[in-house]
Design a protein around this ligand. Structure first.
Ligand code: NIG
Ligand code: FE
Length: 390
């Protein structure tokens, strides 16, 4: 089978800059058709004008969107922290110290167990329409455990991120640990990673330590990103803007200067509403960012501590309901926004030449992603032109 024509798409979200207007950031096409060929989108247009193909799919008037690009996830871990979540819901505040519980479980797990857990989470994600996922290390925090976390992640995605600087592990001295991360650990991890990340937050790493780690990563070709301003105001967002990083993630507590720095630098602010849902913290102010001209992405932050969801549709619904994004803005942020946060222009949009990552919704429009929260609306997913089973 070389080409597939999907016809009768009631509403197609293209995110095509050439089709976008002031009133339509999604570049919508009504009564649309798409041709997928050789793993790419070969043609987009009206069903009435569609070319011939080798195989045909009738979308029955349903909506189609680009596959979700989940640009922030921590999938390599063992155990879970359900008791910590239950305690939080009974009033105990979230503390990043829980990360150490997962570190102990992850170190004790075999490669086989960890690989199986990642496979299960990636399968969950795909069933919910995610066609690209970034996967971080960060629950190993030894040279061996960080390197094997990334080697496992690399089996599932090309978007792998070295997060040795997640927290200082128990028993380590902070400056010595930073030197290890920026030295031997980086050396072992760099071959498996595209990105390097630091949790720049009170209780984790400060701005100087983050600079040290990011500079060491840059010297061996890893591009930087940051976890910042999650638990309180801090220097991380300004640092990301100053260094011209592609993305800075969380952005929950922002000062006016942080917002203007992001708008000026073009750094994507990745918002992770699953975290605020699961930690009962205030949601980031997406409207303030968007109205200031900051590029925004939405991602799951899937991890056992602060956001144990693999569901981008849930994150879209939360972004709309709790962060006052419009359904169109949230859909865009979860697709093209995620692609921008990974500096990719071959995904997150349905235009000729893009990767053939397409999700058919059992709904007439993208609005239903937020309008029907919790309902499994993903009917079919193509990744690189391949229709996924089940
Ligand atoms: O992105 N902020 C730091 N890291 C994760 C939380 C990890 C955990 O609690 O296990 C996050 O929210
Ligand atoms: Fe995270």
């Amino acid at each position: 089978m070389t080409s597939t024509l999907i016809t009768n798409i009631g509403e197609l979200v293209t995110n095509d800059p050439a089709r976008q207007t002031a009133d339509d950031i999604l570049g919508l096409v009504a009564d649309a058709a798409v041709v997928l060929e050789h793993g790419q989108v070969a043609w987009v247009g009206a069903t009435a004008e569609a070319p011939e193909a080798d195989a045909y799919v009738d979308a029955g008037g349903r909506a189609a969107i680009p596959g979700f690009v989940d640009s922030h996830a921590h999938l390599v871990f063992a155990g879970d922290r359900a008791p910590e979540f239950a305690a939080r819901m009974a009033g105990t505040p979230y503390a990043a110290g829980g990360i150490r519980t997962t570190v102990a479980a992850t170190r004790a797990a075999t490669d086989w167990e960890l690989t199986g857990r990642v496979a299960a989470l990636v399968t969950e994600m795909r069933r919910q329409g995610t066609t690209t996922v970034e996967i971080k290390s960060g629950y190993g925090l030894t040279v061996r455990d960080e390197a094997r976390s990334l080697a496992i992640a690399r089996q599932f995605t090309e978007e792998t991120t070295f997060l040795g600087a997640h927290v200082v592990p128990e028993g380590s001295e902070p400056d010595e640990y930073v030197a290890l991360v920026a030295g031997t650990m980086l050396e072992a991890c760099a071959p498996h990673a595209r990105w390097i990340d630091v949790f720049c937050e009170r209780g984790a790493f400060d701005a100087d330590q983050a600079r040290t780690v990011l500079a060491a990563g840059a010297a061996v070709g890893l591009r930087g990103r940051l976890h910042a301003n999650q638990l309180g105001p801090g220097p991380g967002v300004q640092l990301a803007a100053e260094l011209g990083l592609v993305a800075v993630d969380h952005c929950t507590y922002l000062e006016d200067d942080d917002v203007s720095a992001l708008a000026d630098s073009g750094t994507v602010a990745t918002l992770l509403p699953g975290v605020e849902f699961s930690t009962r913290q205030p949601y980031p102010d997406a409207r303030r960012l968007i109205d200031a001209g900051v590029a925004v992405a939405i991602a799951s932050d899937c991890n056992p501590g602060s956001s144990y969801t693999s569901s981008m549709p849930l994150c879209v619904a939360l972004a709309v309901r709790e962060m006052r994004m419009t359904p169109a803005e949230a859909t865009y942020a979860a697709t093209a926004g995620g692609a921008a946060a990974l500096d990719r222009n071959d995904i997150g949009r349905l235009v000729p030449g893009a990767r053939a990552d397409l999700v058919l919704l059992d709904a007439p429009s993208h609005v239903h992603l937020a309008y029907r929260p919790g309902v499994p609306l993903v009917l079919a997913t193509w990744v690189g032109g391949h229709l996924l089973d089940g």
